[in-house]
Design a binder for this molecule. Sequence first.
Ligand code: ADP
Ligand code: ZN
Ligand code: ZN
Length: 734
Amino acid sequence: MDSVRTSSAPATPIPARVRVLIPLPLSDAYDYAVPEGMTLVPGDIVVVPLGPREVIGVVWDDPTDPAIAASRLRPVLEIVEAPAMTASLRRTIDWVSAYTLAPRGNVLRMALPVSDALGPPRTRVVFAATGLRPAILTDARRRVLAVLEDGFARSTTELAEEAGVSPGVIRGLADAGALAEQAAVRDRPFPDPDPDADAPVLSPAQKAAADDLVARVASDSFSAVLLEGVTGSGKTEVYFEAIATALRAGRSALVLLPEIALTAQWLDRFEARFGVRPAPWHSELPSRERRRVWRMVAEGKAPVVVGARSALFLPFVQLGVLVVDEEHDPSFKQEEGVIYNARDMAVVRARASACPVILSTATPSLETLANVESGRYGHVVLPDRHGVAEMPTVQAIDLRHDTPPRGRWLSPLLEASLRDTVENGEQALLFLNRRGYAPLTLCRTCGHRLQCPHCTAWLVEHRHSARLQCHHCGFSGPRPEKCPSCEDSNSFVACGPGVERLAEELATILPDARVAVMASDTLTGPASVAELVRQVTDHEIDILIGTQVVAKGHHFPMLTLVGVVDADLGLAGGDLRAAERTYQLLAQVSGRAGRAERAGRVLLQTYMPEHPVIHALASGDRAGFMAQEKGARLEHGMPPYGRLVALIVSSTDMAAADRYAQALARQAPRQTGINVLGPAPAPLALLRGRHRRRLLLKAGRDLPVQAIVRDWVARVPAPGTVRLQIDIDPYSFF
Ligand code: ADP
Ligand code: ZN
Ligand code: ZN
């Protein structure tokens, strides 16, 4: 009798409802009514009313709230024509929000594209040859028809450019019936990489490592693995095999790189291996290209993406493998907005996507090593450099004994080595992690230091642009004529070196050497990076001076000498990871030397040759150094053996910042295993005109810090004039 319906008076239909998450600073999703005739599933991108506005949102999986009366629900307005957000991305967003305590809407915002990527795919006008010969066949017309012989339709601009004719010629041909207009989708798919285009012959060690990674990809399930190998061991070639396996299985791959703007060489290698370039993703991508990448990823037409952190939130359909190259790199930590570590969230993304994640590095972080030790992550190792290349020799130069002449920064030994290198027809890299000419300008008469008006920071002189700059807020101005304090004129002196000043010194001591500076402010974009890399590769440059942007990835076969001008630079200050980071950075810089036939040499200028970091680099005893670091962290319950959460309070009103920071301290959680330090003025006590105070919560590894912190800050609501940032697992302590 189940088919019999006793229908009485027409029942008022109970409207279906859905939860919609909106990309605004909100943690909760809201209930909306589903209009009749509309069918919605989680992941659908929709337009909904919010107050007086209409906003984009995503149907979420949260249960709706039956307590909200149906009459109070506003309806979903429309479904946006775009691929629905996958469950794996939705779970990643939930997870990142729960972990970082950032509102879910803020995390969602990172996953939604510029709005014009939504909606139906748009088209553009292209022309194809009809086969009809025009009565008048000029040279220009003949060239256009020749271009089209390959069968690919092209836009007016493309045709005009390729055939070297004016747009009028194309119009004329169309009028004559020789060309026909067609509509083509505007966003071109990315070409399919060929997994077998040009696979190298792997060494036995590479083969063994690749086999492990390939098996993980083939197993179609989540796992995490550390791919550890000295600089130049060929890690890239090895993880390329994992990508090839994913591609053969029809899956996509994502590679996260630090400093995505500097990947010219990486892209070349990818192209050499797979025949085409991957889709790039980073903040400097023009919006047209952003839309194309987002859309193609969502439609499964961008098989490999290489990107910066935020690529984690692209709408991959079938991710087959995720690679984090240089996993230890601090630039994977995003410090603004949603504060998260892309290395860690890559693991979350891989788990949600049921695919492996490969963490590649020559200098694994203690966090990753702890995960290997506990068995959570697998471990494959490449112990030697590829081919005949040997690891460079590393030697410390004690600046107390081998002192540079007054007003100079290169010790006699380093100067002589540079000269020898250039005379031998080889190349050198001078590393100094300081942009500009001089980090400090002071008045010789009264000692006044030129400081940023908005930050607790000195102004850095840039001779190149003839300005003083604040590296924290972007403030810049010309050097003042007179000292603002004693009004003496021409009394300023530049103190200390930046990369520009080293270039000046080289011009004095090695006037014939061809020198170039590579720093983030001397590079205007990917094209200028590529050009500089080409100049170095083609040996048009003898000595490259660079900041940390040169440390990563580059492979210059003729580069045999690396001189680190100030190896102590990163060791000052009480940063938890100062030693580990300095070690990683200097090991990476050192790794640029001697990557081909010619042996490499590294000279580290230091005032502390006995410091464990310098000692470890010079003796090659990384294991010993890491064991010592680990011991110290264990002893003090510091990460990864304990947990930290930083609370940063800031306000333009100093008293308000202080009051709120103290209120937080009074309400601090008091339970065993928890320790709250502060408030204290941040090292950058003033940043962009805001006064900053810091509190630091230290907790045992096993405590639920997110819940503890959430309860804590909920007890002390921030006044409107004060901003509170929560930094789970802080990396910087400025
Ligand atoms: P890493 O990333 O470990 O520092 P790379 O992947 O950059 O090392 O490799 C160092 C150099 O050795 C590169 O020029 C690379 O092309 C080359 N190389 C690595 N493996 C092979 C191989 N199996 N066959 C040929 N060249 C290789
Ligand atoms: Zn003065
Ligand atoms: Zn400033």
